[in-house]
Design a protein around this ligand. Structure first.
Ligand code: AMP
Length: 457
């Protein structure tokens, strides 16, 4: 979760970062921030709220300079978002620094405790503050070497944009878990962003994905240089394709919408059902539902209407509010549903709250049967690499079979995409991060270690 952007060598660096964050609003709605550097000073504006609430014309008067980094923070329960907004800015021995981070460090508690023992003081709960401290405490002379020093001490998933008063450094962890792409702006400036949908809005040209383990260094008057800091061990996150990324984004050469369509088709092959109509859970299930309907050869209808003015249901901290919000958000078109056998498709099943409400809603609208299909495998393990999944006990598939869950949510049947089906839908030539499904914590951490809600970003 979360979005980062870095802009370098652009006359409109702050505005370009702003529009990129606007395009990537889906990756985080809790807070947003941009810092700019003009060669002698870093300026920072950050606040709780959506991108359009955080920045106004006055912000851009303050955000001077040809380099900007920015961040959208995903809503996580329990954190004081006022303090936890990014970028994180600090003054240290070499001057000023600002850091934006997408991902989740698995050794954040160990690192933090070590720093605290040596006298460090923290202001936020974010692991990004660890990064700033590690850079500040390094004994190296040059910032680049301090960053490399810091990188040796952190583990897990990260995409970083680090800004000094005159340079910008962009780093993707060696697993390439979170997406990060490089593009060129129409005014000749450079842009890196979590998703390519940011480039489309700005008219930027996609150059390439930032490589796993790569550091890009941007300096005035030069082309960006690249250093391979770590041996790559590429494991892109499958959940970006399933749910998180915007459908018009392209990650590692694969369009997100098209991959969801293929997952839906594959699901129809693996878990067919005898129905009259296929419906998506809007918006997250739309592409997969189209694929599922095509696969079955059954009509597809957008027979559930979504109210777009309600936030994502997942973000609410209490179960009672979550239940209400599904109703606030989704409403069925009864005339399309009445008397029909329905297949309803969602991209994923986490706690089972949404599906229970939806099945009830469809039955009340007159559906004779409701078959739930999920275009992802069963989520049995919490992700420690930046997707905000709850604790294992809250994950319904961790303890119950599809049959048991079907009964619980009141569905006639429930079927998930297999792990193999997912991998083959995405292109089986890569090794994906499938940790939520198979519990393979290849980048460190475990089901019990702290998640995004504790100290992550
Ligand atoms: P649940 O009701 O807990 O089973 O959640 C399932 C719904 O949450 C699905 O409609 C998904 O689109 C959505 N979802 C899955 N993962 C996430 C996430 N990390 N953040 C927000 N929403 C999610």
């Amino acid at each position: 979760m979360c979005a980062i952007v870095g802009v370098y060598g652009s006359e409109n660096a702050a505005k370009n970062a702003y529009y990129a964050l606007f395009a990537m609003q889906h990756r985080g709605q809790e807070s947003s921030g941009i810092s700019t550097a003009n060669g002698s000073k870093i300026h920072l504006v950050k606040k709780r709220g959506l991108v359009t609430d955080v920045f106004d014309e006055q912000s851009f008067d303050a955000l001077k300079g040809r380099c900007a980094i920015g961040h959208n923070r995903y809503a996580t329960a329990g954190n004081d978002s006022l303090f936890d907004a990014q970028p994180v800015f600090a003054r240290y021995k070499l001057g000023e620094i600002s850091v934006a981070h997408n991902g989740n460090l698995v050794n954040k508690n160990e690192v933090r405790n070590r720093l605290i023992t040596r006298g460090a003081i923290f202001q936020t709960g974010m692991d990004t503050e660890n990064i700033v401290h590690l850079i500040a405490k390094s004994q190296e002379d040059a910032l680049i070497n301090r960053i490399k020093d810091m990188l040796k001490k952190i583990e897990g998933a990260y995409c970083l944009a680090i800004q000094s008063r005159s340079k910008m450094f962009v780093i993707r962890d060696r697993f390439g878990i979170r997406p990060l792409s490089l593009g060129k702006l129409p005014d000749g400036g450079w842009i890196v962003a979590s998703e390519t949908c940011a480039f489309d809005l700005l008219g930027a040209t996609f150059i390439r994905d930032v490589r796993p383990g790569e550091m890009l260094i941007f300096e005035e008057g030069c082309e960006p240089t690249s250093e391979q800091v770590f041996e790559p061990d590429y494991h892109p996150c499958a959940f970006e394709y399933i749910y998180f990324a915007r459908p018009d984004s392209i990650i590692d050469g694969t369009n997100v919408y098209e991959s969801r369509l293929v997952m839906g088709k594959r699901l129809a092959k693996e878990k067919p059902c005898d129905v009259d109509l296929v419906l998506p859970v809007p918006d997250s299930g739309v592409a997969a539902a189209r694929g599922f309907a095509q696969g079955l050869g059954v009509p597809f209808e957008m027979a559930i209407v979504r109210n777009h003015y309600v936030g994502r249901t997942f973000i609410e901290p209490t179960q009672a509010i979550r239940n209400l919000k599904v109703k606030l958000k989704l409403s069925p078109i009864s005339s399309l549903i009445k008397g029909k056998r329905i297949a309803i498709i969602d991209d994923s099943l986490v706690r089972g709250t949404t599906s229970r409400q939806i099945v009830k809603m469809l039955k009340e609208a007159g559906a004779s049967e409701v078959h739930m299909r999920i275009a992802a495998p069963e989520i049995k393990y919490p992700c420690r690499y930046g997707i905000d999944t709850p604790t294992q006990t809250e994950l319904i598939s961790a303890s119950q079979t599809p049959q048991e869950i079907a009964q619980k949510i009141g569905a006639s049947s429930l079927g998930f995409l297999s792990i193999q089906g997912l991998v083959e839908s995405l292109g089986s030539h890569r090794q994906y991060s499938l940790v939520s499904f198979d519990g393979n914590y290849f980048a460190g951490g475990s089901a019990e270690s702290p998640g995004c809600n504790d100290l992550g970003t």
